[in-house]
Design a protein around this ligand. Structure first.
Ligand code: ZN
Length: 241
C-alpha cells in the first residue's frame, strides 16, 4: 500500500495546492493527515475546505486546530501563534470551528498510527525530536508504523536494539520492527528549505520518500500581510524557519 502523508498545513493554501497538484502524479491509495490545518497563515477556510474534500483516511487534530476550536488554552502558545489563532477564530464559522475540534489527537486503523505530537501522550502536544522521546512513543505504539508532525522538521526514528534516527529524503526502514516518521510541514517548513513538504510511504518496500514542492511563497506572505497578521509569520516562510 502506498500512503501519502501531509500535515502542518497552517492555513497556507498556496503550499497546500502545490502539494495536492504533486499528489495527483503519485499513485497513492491512502492519505494520512498529521494535523495543524490552521494557525499562523491566512487561509484557514480554504485549507479546511481542501482537506475536507481530500477526506484523509486518518486525520488528527493539532494543537493549533484544537486551540482555534476552543479545546486548548491559548496560554501555551507564543504571542505570534496566539494572535494567529485568535484571528483564525474570528474568520471561521461555527461549523468550521467545530470540525477543527472534532478530531482526536491520535488515530489508528490497526496498521498505522497518526498523531500530531507524540504517541505516548498525544494530547500534551509535546515534540517528538530525540531518540529518548521516540523510545517513550515506541513503548505505546501498537502498529508497525506511525506518523507524527508538530516539529515541522522531517526525521524518522527506527526501533531496534537501540532507537536510531535517520534524516534525508529517502528513508529505508530495513529490519526495524517499528518506525515513527515525520515528513515535515506543508505550510511552514522549519528545516531551512522553504519548499512545501509531504511524504509517500510504501509499506511493502518499507521506504519513505519525502518530496519538496516549490510554491508561490510571496502570495502566502502577501495574504498574511493583508490579514494584518504578524509580519514575522510571512518572513519565516521565505527562509523555511
Ligand atoms: Zn504545526
Amino acid at each position: 500500500m502506498r500512503y501519502a502523508i501531509l500535515g502542518d498545513i497552517h492555513s497556507n493554501v498556496e503550499a497546500l495546492e502545490a502539494v495536492l497538484d504533486a499528489l495527483d502524479g503519485e499513485r497513492v491509495s491512502t492519505v494520512l493527515c498529521t494535523g495543524d490545518i490552521v494557525g499562523y497563515g491566512a487561509a484557514p477556510r480554504e485549507c479546511i475546505r481542501l482537506v475536507r474534500e481530500l477526506s484523509p483516511h486518518l486525520l488528527v487534530g493539532g494543537n493549533h486546530d484544537w486551540a482555534a476550536a476552543g479545546r486548548l488554552e491559548l496560554e501555551y502558545f507564543n504571542p505570534y501563534a496566539r494572535e494567529a489563532i485568535e484571528w483564525t477564530r474570528s474568520v471561521l464559522d461555527p461549523t468550521e470551528l467545530a470540525w477543527l475540534g472534532a478530531h482526536p489527537a491520535l488515530a489508528t486503523d490497526g496498521s498505522v498510527t497518526v498523531a500530531h505530537g507524540t504517541i505516548h501522550d498525544p494530547e500534551a502536544f509535546d515534540y517528538l525530536q530525540s531518540a529518548y522521546d521516540a523510545h517513550l512513543s515506541f513503548a505505546h505504539l501498537k502498529t508497525p508504523y506511525a506518523f507524527v508532525g508538530h516539529s515541522h522538521v522531517p526525521v524518522t526514528f527506527r526501533s531496534g536494539a537501540a532507537v536510531t534516527y535517520v534524516l534525508g529524503d529517502l528513508v529505508e526502514l530495513g529490519d526495524a520492527a517499528q518506525a515513527v516518521m515525520n515528513v515535515g510541514s506543508v505550510g511552514q517548513p522549519r528545516d531551512e528549505d522553504p519548499r512545501a513538504a509531504y511524504g509517500v510511504f510504501d509499506d511493502d518496500a518499507r521506504v519513505l520518500r519525502i518530496e519538496r514542492v516549490p510554491y508561490d511563497v510571496e502570495a502566502a506572505v502577501a495574504r498574511i500581510r493583508r490579514a494584518r497578521l504578524p509580519e514575522f509569520l510571512g518572513d519565516r516562510l521565505r527562509i523555511g524557519r
